[in-house]
Write a protein that binds this ligand. Structure first.
Ligand SMILES: *[C@@H]1O[C@H](CO)[C@@H](O)[C@H](O)[C@H]1NC(C)=O
Length: 257
């Protein structure tokens, strides 16, 4: 079991240990997808170190707030948030770079990955434009998820046995897998959902952590963890954003400058 930005691993059997031994050193990836039309995923953010190295994804939900995974936490002084990013290796002129002014984490359990959500306030509001727009959150009228087609995006590695981040933003279509406990028994809490493809080969992976899973135009999942990547028997596990809408709204309403 590995979070999707670092090589933590807790395995119950030797078999799993063996099959994971190779993949545990990897740091990131969208598998089986394609490069997106630049700036078409307007809510996509990149979390970067103070040296501007991408290490996790995030999602813009309001001009001054992004949501990511709690396991992507770093001290706020060592974190930058970049919007309107496409190619990490070149300065394309549209990037908006922010410091972090506040971080809220919701009871994250680093052993079970329950509540893998983090809410980040940018140092100033982002400029909304043709390349930067917040995502829509699900609401009470959004139908329940079941076998839906969704899209996950990120700069994670593109091959299972590769160490290298994708320089450009990529996305892949995945399906919600309603019977996830069947794949990961005992480990899927009510705050998690799974998505992948029946045949495997399409998934998010470590460097995609914290990034968005969007279904029917609504922000439904945060890339969280999984065993291996793009494996038909182990779909990707996502934080179930619906369970946190009230918390997100509460934090924003009670925020003081
Ligand atoms: C971020 O913080 C650093 C260090 O305090 C400062 O030099 C820089 O101007 C800030 N950048 C932005 C975009 O606010």
């Amino acid at each position: 079991m590995a979070t999707k930005n670092m090589a933590t691993m807790l395995c119950s059997t030797m078999l799993l240990l063996l099959s994971l031994a190779v993949s545990e050193t990897f740091t990131a990836r969208i598998i089986g997808g394609q490069e997106v039309q630049p700036y078409s995923i307007k809510y996509q953010a990149s979390l970067q170190t103070e040296k501007f190295q991408h290490y996790c994804g995030a999602t813009l939900v309001h001009p001054q707030w992004v949501v990511s995974a709690a396991h992507c936490w770093r001290p706020s002084t060592l974190m930058k948030v970049v919007l309107s990013e496409h190619n990490l290796e070149t300065e394309e002129g549209f990037e908006q770079v922010f410091n972090v002014s506040k971080i809220h984490v919701h009871n994250y359990n680093y052993r079970t990955f329950n509540n893998d959500i983090m809410f980040i306030k940018l140092s100033e509001p982002a400029q909304m434009n043709a390349y930067v727009q917040p995502v829509a959150l699900p609401d009470d009228n959004t139908p329940q998820l079941y076998n839906n087609d969704c899209t996950v995006s990120g700069w994670g590695v593109t091959q299972v046995y590769s160490n290298y981040l994708s320089p450009v933003l990529r996305a892949v279509d995945v399906k919600i897998m309603p019977y996830c406990s069947y794949y990961y028994w005992g480990r899927i809490t009510s705050n998690m959902l799974c998505a992948g493809s029946q045949m495997g080969g399409k998934d998010s992976c470590q460097g995609d952590s914290g990034g968005p899973l969007v279904c029917n135009g609504k922000f439904e999942g945060i890339v969280s963890w999984g065993i291996s990547c793009a494996n038909a028997y182990y779909p990707g596990v996502y934080t179930k954003v619906r369970n946190y809408i009230q918390w997100i709204n509460w934090v924003m309403e009670n925020d003081t400058p």
